[in-house]
Design a protein around this ligand. Structure first.
Ligand code: ATP
Ligand code: MG
Ligand code: MG
Ligand code: MG
Length: 439
């Protein structure tokens, strides 16, 4: 992309409404625009990152054997009356009436609808195990929408639902989700710690929340510092192996890590004092096992091997896709702007032409731009007629992990400068070597 042809409405001033750094940087970098409280347009740069995050979530879900589909945002109230949640859900639910005076709602989550789909088609245990998921917009009429996309009213969520014959199988699905989530967040450059949590209006017995540590997080968390040494890394996972999934769950949940809802001072006090941590965290996902809570009232049953009709065991599993942008920025920025982890960056590299209009720097920049694209990379070429300082400030603000600077002096010796956004370290090399390094 050429910056002169792109739509990147960068703000010079700090927006007053932003209380936290990720919100401020997303507005300044021209990623989002608020249309109403907690409702945002995703401008091209923000939309690009949102898509990259979605792609990672899709890849990791499908790697774990989960199947994508797409359910609508609008749901009928009748479906929710079957589970008893229509009245129970309260003011967070946006209720809508159509011209036929039928009660609809903008889905805050999809347990009822997916259970309805399941019961309409599946009647034999042979179809199990089954996990269906989608990435779809949700609406929750939050009391205090704030912090930009972190607590929106309209927000994008990946929500997945497992259907299993037995509790044991459903617990494997739970463990499998925990493993796939660990991988998902690490690919985004995030450490998200699974913490024992409270199930809230979804209901159920077992649940973990995934928290990214950040001062601006809305949850208070308590943990054993040893947990932050754990890395998922690039281990090979066989998602059909109950043993492997369970042992990874044990590895990542055996140390104390809880949100304030489940925190137990007495148990916490048993950890050596120097390892006890109290901090704040951003909830970027949650997994639940809730057994037959929805399948029983809604009649989602299968016939088992003995010919008996039994309700299926279920769980649901959510990732806050749009909230993740804020969480990643909270975890990765400096005073100049965002620092995107390579896994989610909107462009791989920025090209800064220090002397736009100079025949040699223009043609070298153009050639580099073409070669980076030919190498399968997605570069952003700042071809505007702007001062070097302004170009650097824009690149730093939007946080691309690499910048290539092309100026007449270096070019005389066939040299460009490759700079890492994270370390600030620059190296001189030939344009060809720069392409090679970034490939
Ligand atoms: P919170 O405690 O922050 O209100 P939640 O526990 O109500 O979140 P879940 O029902 O667990 O949310 O939904 C799954 C994920 O969706 C959450 O872990 C979070 O990352 C994301 N999410 C929930 N509410 C919002 C929101 N208002 N804006 C953006 N993301 C959200
Ligand atoms: Mg909530
Ligand atoms: Mg919560
Ligand atoms: Mg939650």
């Amino acid at each position: 992309m050429r910056l002169s042809r792109y739509f990147l409405p960068v703000l010079k001033e700090d927006p007053k409404e932003a209380q936290i750094v990720s919100h401020r940087l997303m507005l300044r970098a021209g990623m989002i625009r608020q249309q109403a409280a907690g409702i945002y347009s995703w401008l091209p740069l923000g939309f690009k990152v949102l898509n990259r995050i979605e792609e990672i979530v899709h890849e990791e879900q499908q790697r774990a054997g989960h199947i994508p589909l797409l359910m609508p945002t609008l749901q009928t109230a009748d479906l929710w009356r079957e589970s008893g949640r229509y009245d129970a859900y309260g003011d967070e639910m946006l209720r809508i009436t159509d011209r036929q005076k039928r009660d609809l709602l903008y889905g805050p989550t999809n347990e009822e609808m997916i259970t309805d789909i399941f019961r309409s088609y599946v009647s034999s245990y042979k179809a199990l195990p089954l996990t269906l998921y989608h990435i779809q917009w949700k609406f929750r009429d939050e009391m205090r929408p704030r912090f930009g996309v972190m607590r929106g009213r309209e927000f994008l969520m990946k929500d997945g639902y497992n259907f299993d014959l037995t509790k044991e199988d459903a617990l494997h699905a739970y463990n499998r989700h925990l493993v796939s989530y660990l991988r998902t967040y690490e690919r985004m450059g995030l450490q998200a710690i699974p913490m024992r949590a409270d199930s809230g209006p979804i209901g159920g017995d077992d649940t973990h929340e995934f928290l990214v540590l950040a001062e601006t997080g809305e949850s208070e968390v308590f943990y054993d510092s040893q947990i932050t040494d754990l890395k998922f890394g690039d281990r090979e996972i066989d998602y059909t192996s109950t043993e492997q999934c369970r042992s990874i769950l044990e590895e990542f949940t055996s140390r104390y890590a809880r949100t304030d809802e489940t925190h137990d001072e007495a148990v916490f006090a048993e950890i050596p004092e120097e390892r006890r941590r109290t901090a704040r965290g951003i909830e970027v996902g949650q997994i639940f096992y809730f057994g037959t809570k929805y399948s029983e009232p809604m009649g989602a049953t299968v016939v088992n091997e003995k010919g008996e009709r039994v309700p299926v065991h279920m769980g649901s599993h959510g990732i806050g896709v749009s909230r993740l942008l804020g969480a990643i920025i909270e975890a990765s920025h400096d005073e100049k702007g965002i620092i995107w982890p390579e896994g989610v960056t909107p462009f791989h590299v920025g090209i800064v032409n220090l002397k736009q209009g100079d025949a040699s720097t223009d043609s070298a920049s153009e050639a580099l731009y073409r070669e980076l694209k030919a190498a399968g990379l997605d570069p952003l070429y700042d071809d505007r007629d702007e001062r070097a300082g302004a170009k650097f400030a824009t690149m730093d603000l939007i946080g691309l992990p690499w910048r290539i600077t092309i100026g007449p002096r270096g070019l005389a010796e066939n040299k460009v400068e490759l700079t890492s956004r994270r370390t600030g370290i620059s190296e001189e090399m030939s344009p060809a070597d720069a392409v090679e390094r970034l490939k």
